[in-house]
Design a protein around this ligand. Structure first.
Ligand SMILES: *Cc1c(COP(=O)(O)O)cnc(C)c1O
Length: 381
């Protein structure tokens, strides 16, 4: 079955008792047993297993082309569980432009526990080969990256990482499984904040880890239950409902983003447009090869520094000023002061004239008109 079909049917048989087309919200904490230990379908307690969650896990595993999906209460909980399957001390080589919360978890939680981290531009294969000589057990990729929209060649890194015995994780949040399938490119584990494109409606927080590695999946399921950072049934339902329309939404996100990128390029207020769909993006060719399309995230830099950014962000119109991304509504933010404030002290470069757009699926004409107002305001002084 093709992607669009699996999104609607994988893990989602009509419910057995009533034939409900949608997987119900199994809002229960426990299940009756027909005798001591005689559970119905292995259902004993809802931290351990919940049918709404099972449906979500099966659907998202299928969309990533993986055998196992393990859902968590947030993207950070999923990332934390993945690192929890690696013994201390594991050395991790990570992209030098990762989500701020990922950096915070690595630097402030896991490093004090004995893990070590090295950051490099994984878009630079020479830098990667050099770093791989220091023996990492894990390579942590984000692509496209947040907020600089850098692109990492997943297949090239996976091949090199495996040659030194390292495992490869890809945070696929920005691309979504519709645009990019890291397992097929050689990654060992894919992780998402389902809060973003997969949920797609800014109404639920969640995370998922997907892998074909049976032993790793077993460890993830163990941690899901042992640590207990599980998503509730309503959030699983909402995320699953969102996943059904992922393909159609992504096509609109990408088409609208192209229109916005053109408007940004045409503006005298803008100094740089960071979008992998542009032929002058340094890794455009890699993006074109490993992604179906270029996504709905665009960052740009303004002439005139932080003051210009503040002027632009004072006139956002239908673009909501807010953190997060990947929803149907367009969002705009200042990464340096908002999502990536937790990078303080990391040495990562997030320029303060940088603005990040999550291009929604409103009509492109309306989005372009309001971006033009923002840019005109940036030029005013
Ligand atoms: C949001 C995000 C996360 C964290 O996910 P939460 O659901 O907010 O915990 C991780 N990685 C990326 C790329 C993100 O955008």
């Amino acid at each position: 079955m093709r992607f669009e079909t699996r999104a609607i049917h994988a893990g989602q048989e009509p419910e057995a008792v009533t034939g409900s087309v949608n997987v119900p919200i199994f809002q229960t904490s426990t299940y009756v047993q027909d005798g001591v230990g005689a559970m119905r379908g292995g259902h004993d307690y809802a931290r351990t297993i919940n049918p709404t969650r099972t449906a979500l896990q099966e659907c998202l595993a299928s969309l990533e082309g993986g055998a196992h999906g393990v859902a968590f209460s947030s993207g950070m909980a999923a990332i934390s569980a993945i690192l929890g399957t690696f013994r201390t001390p594991t050395r991790t080589l990570a992209m030098n432009d990762v989500y701020g919360g990922t950096y915070r978890l690595f630097a402030k939680v896991l490093e004090p526990q004995g893990h070590t981290f090295e950051y490099a531009d994984l878009g630079d294969l020479e830098a990667v080969e050099n770093a791989l000589t220091r023996g990492p057990g894990l390579v942590w990729i984000e692509t496209p990256t947040n907020p600089l929209l850098k692109i990492v060649d997943i297949a090239a890194i996976a091949e090199r990482a495996h040659s030194v015995g390292a495992q490869v994780v890809v945070d696929n949040t920005f691309a979504s499984p519709y645009l990019q399938q890291p397992l097929e490119l050689g990654a060992d584990i894919v992780v998402h904040s389902t809060t973003k494109y997969i949920g797609g409606h800014s109404d639920a927080v969640g995370g998922i880890a997907v892998t074909n590695d049976d032993a790793r999946a077993e460890q993830l399921v163990f941690l899901q239950n042992a640590i207990g950072s599980v998503p509730g049934p309503l959030d699983c339902f909402l995320t699953l409902r969102g996943a059904k329309t992922l393909a159609v939404r992504m096509r609109e996100h990408c088409a609208n983003a192209r229109r916005i990128a053109d408007a940004l390029i045409a503006s005298p207020a803008v100094s740089h447009v960071l979008y992998p769909g542009l032929p002058d993006h340094p890794n455009h060719a890699v993006a074109a090869r490993q992604m179906r399309d270029f996504g709905g995230m665009i960052s740009f830099r303004l002439h005139g520094g932080r003051a210009a950014a503040d002027r632009a962000l004072a006139a956002t119109g239908i673009w909501s000023l807010g953190e997060s991304l990947g929803g149907v509504e367009s969002l705009v933010e200042h990464p340096g002061a908002m999502t990536h404030a937790s990078l303080d002290g990391s040495g990562f470069e997030v320029p303060d004239d940088l603005i990040r757009l999550s291009v929604g699926i409103e009509h492109a004409d309306d989005l372009v008109a309001d971006v033009e107002v923002m840019l005109a305001n940036a030029l005013r002084r």
